[in-house]
Structures are given as C-alpha cells and as structure tokens.
Unconditional design. Structure first.
Length: 201
C-alpha cells in the first residue's frame, strides 16, 4: 500500500468542502453536537458503502448504463436541492436541543452521500492508484476506505468543535442563521452543478 502518497491526497480531499460536509454542518447548526454527530455517522456510513460498491465494480456498471446513472444523478441532485431549500427556510427558527435530535440526521446524510453516483466512479478511479502491485482489490479498497473515513471523522469532528467554540463565544444569534442560509445556498449550488455534469466516460 502506497501510504506516503495516499495520506496527503486523501487529507486534501477530506478538507475540500462538499455536500457531505455541508450536511453535517447543517445538522450541527440546527441540533447541536448530537445532531451533528448523527449526520457525521451517516456520512461515514455512506462513504464506506460507496467504497465497497466501487470495489465490487458497480462504477463500471453505472458508466455502461446511462439511464441508471441519470436516474441516480437526478435523484441525488434533487435531494440536495431540497435539503438546501429546507436549510434556508428553517434558518430563522431556534435550534433544536441536543436531546431531541433524531436518527433522521443519520439517514439524511447517508442518503445524500449514496445518492451521488459520481462518488462511486471517483473512488474506483482514485483508490487503485495506491494499491501495491498484485494486491487483492477488495481488501485493499477496504483498508484505504477505513483510513479515508478516519481522516474524514477527525477533520469534521475538529470542524464541529471549532464551530461550537465560535458560536459559544458569540452572543449574536444571526451568526447561526446566516450560517444555515449560506449552507443552504451552497447545497442548492452543488445540486445544480450535479445536474449539469455529464456522465463520466
């Protein structure tokens, strides 16, 4: 395993803002640490599922079936735009206490992650570059996937901790409101971008 090359590349990818990061941040702004943690668990679960599907060759199936790819792409984009609209719509509402957070945040983040077919294709193209010659694909994918998810977990946990400190130090509730609205707009933008992207060759 080419860990010396994989770790910095994976860390760079983890730190690049995407739909999953915005989903976790949205849950945190609305429900605190508990809701954010559930969304983070859903994101990691979705990533591991996509990595497993990539290792099993589902990416090749999607690339060969334009209709199936289009259905998944439109569904994922529509759900992303829906979440963005909901985020903007409920931005001015008071945050939900941690004790009332529900597994819905977990399901939502997992569905959002799995609903991006390009992520499967990406993992299938990205991970093999760091496998040793002659190494079995499935075990190698799973090892890289676990490390990738651990990096994602560490980064997002740190991000949520930093966010909690910022909001705790601020008495201005508008900061959270505009944070949710910004997240909503970025989700809508990512959804529209997914709609315009073409199927990979």
């Amino acid at each position: 395993m080419l860990w010396s090359a994989f770790l910095p590349a994976a860390l760079l990818l983890v730190m690049t803002p995407g739909a999953g990061t915005l989903c976790v941040w949205r849950a945190f702004l609305r429900g605190g640490w508990h809701a954010g943690g559930l969304a983070l668990a859903g994101l990691l679960l979705g990533d591991m599922l996509l990595i497993l599907l990539s290792a099993l060759g589902v990416a090749a199936l999607l690339a060969a079936n334009p209709l199936l790819f289009a259905v998944l792409r439109w569904g994922g984009a529509g759900y992303l735009i829906y979440l963005g609209c909901q985020c903007w719509r409920h931005a001015a509402r008071p945050p939900v206490p941690d004790s009332t957070a529900s597994p819905r945040q977990l399901y939502s983040a997992c569905l959002l992650t799995v609903g991006n077919p390009k992520a499967i294709v990406f993992f299938m193209a990205f991970f093999p570059q760091f496998l040793s010659t002659g190494q079995a694909v499935l075990p190698g994918f799973l090892q890289l996937g676990v490390v990738f998810c651990l990096l994602n977990l560490s980064y997002l946990t740190g991000l949520l901790w930093l966010g909690s400190r910022v909001f705790a130090a601020s008495s201005v509730s508008r900061l959270a409101v505009w944070g949710q609205r910004a997240s909503g707009l970025m989700m809508i933008g990512l959804g529209l971008r997914l709609l315009w992207q073409r199927q990979p060759a």
